[in-house]
Ligand binder design. Structure first.
Ligand SMILES: *[C@@H]1O[C@H](CO)[C@@H](O)[C@H](O)[C@H]1NC(C)=O
Ligand SMILES: *[C@@H]1O[C@H](CO)[C@@H](O)[C@H](O)[C@H]1NC(C)=O
Ligand SMILES: *[C@@H]1O[C@H](CO)[C@@H](O)[C@H](O)[C@H]1NC(C)=O
Ligand SMILES: *[C@@H]1O[C@H](CO)[C@@H](O)[C@H](O)[C@H]1NC(C)=O
Ligand SMILES: *[C@@H]1O[C@H](CO)[C@@H](O)[C@H](O)[C@H]1NC(C)=O
Length: 903
């Protein structure tokens, strides 16, 4: 019967990856990300402006060679032409194939067009009118000192690639074009563009204006570099307090690559990178990314690589999925040529505020039921219950604001309702994000750290009177200088050193369009947004300050200077040093980078797992100053970061930090170097003894190279244990995220369950680790291949329902994927709890050569079999870290119980 003809398990695995899985000139598709169906960017061999435009002649030859292209021509998309890259995007019809493109003369490479999701910031707080202090983080980063020395980035050209910019904002200069603050750039897409459209509509024009997107992402990121909000009196544009961006005197451009709504195609992103390069940008800031297992083969990383070689610094946000735990960092920040930027929290935030008896400012979130719209003066009553529902009365709260610690057991509406019954003047809940509250009483919430500040104040002065209102203030952030809770953790699946560096991205006050201000309920065109999206332009602007004074630098030099001078972070509420896996080299300190007289390279060390750690690592110390200097070497360990717990396959959302450090030995403790001289020092590492290799914790720290005038630090990181032994697929977890086949109630099946494929069978894949290759197959029950423990594969499972186009991390055609990001315990922006594979009985052969590049994404969709009623199993396979994709033994496989399919 026909089913038996379908590839066996071993054959299926091998055929995915062996000899010629697809055309060598066609870039592999990657992370679970979506692709524009049928869209390919063709790169021509010929580059350089002196060559004739080959696009037209290519279309002619294509039509001659394959008449179907002449009678049914593909729709032309983005065209890219510059010294580094010459190509164009084509939207192929049903009877066209990318292999035909790849086989044409003068074709260097063919790139399927990936879809980049629209970037989103993490949270929004309303903004203010009253005057205050410093809303910027410039005193945390040396930017303040650099500004005081009279340097604001003059002469350096910097491009932001984002959702467009509201350049009419007076803080952004109010005009666009030569002589204006935002002086170059373009709109590559137009308002209506959305990469999810069948053929995305491109209506480019020369103006990158955005007054239509709801969060004004690009105006916010651009303002972080470019704003000069001093002395503005215009209605609707007067800031909470005067401030300037990081490099407002730089020559600043903006390339708009998103329409008013929706996503972006990678060809447009790459086009923007090349355009910025061709327009002379020295620095490019990209606050956009996708969760990924490793840097991928799409066009953007290729563009970053090419412009890096031409000396352009590309700065990219690391991602906002830190709440998912380890390995949540995104691409293209994983590209080795980019600066991958993590986020640190600002010293203070602008928001609704109340003040204490000593005039201390506390930022709070008014409840959705309303905060203190009518200002009052009141004492605070601290409830002695910490959940607000153990007792439904709060004796003593009458006439005071009730303060309760939140622990999730009781709803804020109930807590505040009880407060109202007791005659409280308000209800304040701490240790929580936003709350619903109760309309019977003014209600609000603060985070845990602010709650503790309040308790301290009450302890010192129990009868102190607070002033509650909804007016805006600038309040200290308890988490100042520590890693933002959202910032994604490294590393990629090869244990490369990522992220590289941190900027300040937690609670950033910057410019937005009037439209976004309206959407964000702000009277003025400024909002506080958080995200690595904000940290990225902060670092890009800082680089401009560096180039202004140190002249042009190669990307390797620039990255080394930034990393050498950065400041390691503390872990919030501890005395421990944060792991480089979260903040890279630490927070950018641009005054130190500018003044530095030493260069230590490499500027970071990825030690791999302890199975692959080298005996020695060499650091080259160069004295770039004018005097002879003696350097002293030492070591500071960062906390051991354990992200896995015994008995739980799903990596932890909250990392367990412990004071376990490596032992580090140096060939010489001291090095004396004359001006301009360099020398090598050998460093060896012994992993911390207290670490449990089964849990694959990350150890790390900073090598310090100190002269009398400065201290350089070199971050390092590695895994204790054998990373190839990491559990890839979640089978055991107390958090009910188990992988497998489910019954109609969503519970894991037991052996011989009867499942109705007409109604749909619920199959879930839950990856504990990101992986180079994952596949879900259907097997005939018990049919073992002789000499193996494997059963015959009937083919790759085909999930029948096409997933929501805005949730790219689902399998849309066949359950086989390269470079798949891991799942997490709670849904994030880029990482999701599971991959759903609703199954209606269809399988498809594992892809044959070329099949990965068919318009319908992965799998061979020309052949789909419906399995007959009978007994089956589902096998989940994920390639282990460092594994060889052609070897079945390098996959971790999980087999479901036998179940019976009926229709
Ligand atoms: C800070 O740490 C202490 C001691 O571990 C703990 O009791 C407290 O809740 C922590 N505070 C916050 C805001 O996390
Ligand atoms: C770690 O070792 C593995 C196995 O040799 C290799 O694939 C990987 O690229 C290495 N990673 C680094 C950062 O050296
Ligand atoms: C921008 O949008 C706002 C709110 O939608 C509108 O009032 C304003 O006129 C727009 N400005 C421009 C220049 O289009
Ligand atoms: C399976 O479900 C379909 C519709 O959901 C129903 O028509 C059919 O009778 C079911 N089959 C069995 C064997 O119960
Ligand atoms: C799909 O499978 C069929 C049958 O095995 C084969 O003839 C065809 O070439 C395959 N198509 C692709 C694109 O691999």
């Amino acid at each position: 019967m026909q089913l038996i003809k379908v590839a066996s398990a071993l054959f299926a695995l091998a055929s995915v990856v062996s000899a010629a899985p697809h055309h060598p000139k066609i870039a592999k598709k990657t992370p679970g990300a979506s692709y524009i169906p049928g869209a390919y960017t063709v790169e021509f061999e010929t580059t350089g402006s002196s060559f004739a435009d080959p696009a037209a002649s290519f279309m002619q030859s294509l039509g001659k060679e394959h008449p179907k292209y002449a009678t049914n021509p593909p729709v032309k998309g983005t065209q890219i032409k510059n010294k580094l890259f010459n190509g164009m995007t084509l939207h192929l019809g049903d009877n066209h194939s990318p292999v035909e493109l790849a086989n044409m003369k003068n074709v260097k490479r063919v790139y399927p067009v990936k879809i980049n999701r629209r970037p989103t910031a993490v949270r929004t707080k309303a903004t203010p009118l009253a005057p205050g202090n410093d809303v910027t983080p410039h005193e945390m980063t040396g930017v303040g000192a650099t500004h005081r020395s009279g340097h604001f980035g003059k002469g350096v050209k910097i491009a932001v690639i984002d959702t467009g910019v509201y350049w009419k904002h007076p803080a952004l200069g109010g005009c666009f074009g030569p002589g204006c603050r935002i002086s170059f750039g373009t709109d590559l897409v137009g308002d209506a563009y959305d990469a999810d459209a069948v053929v995305p509509v491109l209506t480019p024009d020369s103006d990158p204006m955005d007054n239509c997107s709801s969060d004004s992402h690009g105006t916010h990121t651009t303002g972080i570099i470019a704003a000069d909000a001093r002395g503005i009196t215009q209605t609707g544009f007067k800031p909470f307090a005067d401030f300037v961006g990081v490099a407002p005197e730089a020559t600043i451009g903006h390339y708009r690559i998103f329409g008013c709504n929706g996503n972006n195609g990678d060809d447009v992103m790459a086009n923007a990178i090349f355009r910025a390069y061709a327009d002379g940008a020295q620095i490019i800031s990209i606050s956009i990314g996708e969760a990924s297992a490793a840097a991928d083969e799409s066009l953007t990383p290729h563009a970053i690589e090419l412009v890096k070689k031409a000396g352009v610094h590309v700065v990219v946000s690391a991602g906002n999925d830190g709440a998912g735990g380890l390995y949540t960092i995104g691409d293209p920040s994983l590209s080795p040529s980019s600066y991958s930027v993590a986020s640190i929290d600002n010293h203070a935030a602008v928001g609704s505020a109340f003040t204490g008896p000593d005039n201390a400012v506390y930022i709070y979130g008014p409840a959705s039921s309303g905060g203190w719209s009518t200002p009052i003066k009141s004492q605070i009553f601290q409830a002695d219950v910490n959940d607000g529902c153990a007792a439904n009365t709060y004796p003593g709260a009458a006439g005071k604001v009730l303060l309760v610690r939140y622990n999730g057991q009781c709803k804020s509406s109930a807590i505040c309702g009880s407060a109202a019954k007791q005659g409280a003047t308000g209800c304040l809940i701490y240790n929580v994000g936003g709350i619903a509250g109760n309309p019977a009483v003014p209600s609000g919430s603060v985070d845990g750290g602010t709650g503790e500040r309040l308790l301290k104040s009450l302890k010192a002065n129990p009868a102190g009177v607070f002033t509650f209102s909804n007016s805006q203030g600038l309040g200290d952030l308890p988490t100042a200088g520590t890693a933002s809770d959202f910032t994604s953790y490294g590393t990629d699946i090869e244990l490369n050193f990522k992220p590289d560096i941190a900027g300040v991205g937690g609670s950033i006050y910057s410019t937005v369009s009037p439209h976004a201000a309206e959407v964000g309920h702000s009277d003025v065109a400024y909002l506080v947004l958080s995200g690595t999206s904000m940290a990225c332009p902060y670092v890009a602007g800082s680089l401009a300050l560096l180039l202004e004074q140190r002249g042009s630098l190669s990307v390797d030099q620039g990255k080394a200077l930034l990393q050498n001078s950065a400041k390691p972070a503390q872990i919030y509420n501890t005395t421990l040093v944060e792991t480089p896996v979260r903040v890279g080299a630490g927070l950018v300190q641009i005054d130190r980078a500018i003044a530095s007289q030493t260069l230590v390279t490499p500027s970071f060390l990825a030690l791999n797992d302890t199975k692959h750690t080298k005996k020695n690592y060499r650091l080259r110390v160069k004295n770039t100053g004018k005097k002879s200097v003696t350097y002293t070497l030492s070591h500071v360990g960062s906390a051991l970061a354990t992200g896995i717990a015994a008995g739980n396959d799903m990596p932890l959302p909250l990392i367990n930090y412990t004071p376990d450090y490596a032992t580090v030995k140096f060939s010489n403790q001291k090095v004396t170097l004359g001006a301009g001289k360099s020398a090598d020092v050998t460093v060896s590492f012994t992993a911390p003894k207290g670490a449990n290799p089964k849990l694959l914790p990350f150890y790390g720290g900073y090598i310090k190279v100190a002269s009398p005038v400065e201290t350089i630090s070199v971050p390092y990181q590695g895994v204790v244990g054998d990373f190839s032994k990491a559990k890839m697929i979640v089978e055991n977890s107390p958090v009910a995220l188990t992988n497998g086949v489910k019954d109609a109630d969503g519970n894991p099946i037991t052996a011989n369950a009867i499942l109705n494929a007409t109604a749909g069978i619920d199959v879930e894949l839950v990856l504990a680790q990101s992986t180079r290759m994952v596949m879900v197959e259907v097997l005939a029950a018990g049919a073992h291949i002789p000499g193996t423990t494997l059963s015959n594969s009937l083919g790759v499972l085909v999930p029948a329902k096409v997933a929501d186009k805005n949730a790219p991390y689902t399998f849309t055609v066949a359950a086989i994927r390269p470079n798949q990001p891991r799942n997490v315990q709670n849904d994030g922006q880029g990482n999701h709890v599971s991959y759903a594979l609703p199954w209606y009985g269809l399988v498809t052969p594992a892809p044959a050569p070329g099949a990965m590049d068919t318009p319908r994404q992965h799998g061979n969709n020309t052949v789909q079999y419906s399995v007959p009623a009978g007994k089956y199993q589902v096998r989940f396979s994920a390639l282990r870290h460092f594994g060889d994709a052609t070897k079945a033994s390098d996959y971790e496989t999980v087999l479901s119980p036998v179940f019976q399919v009926v229709y």
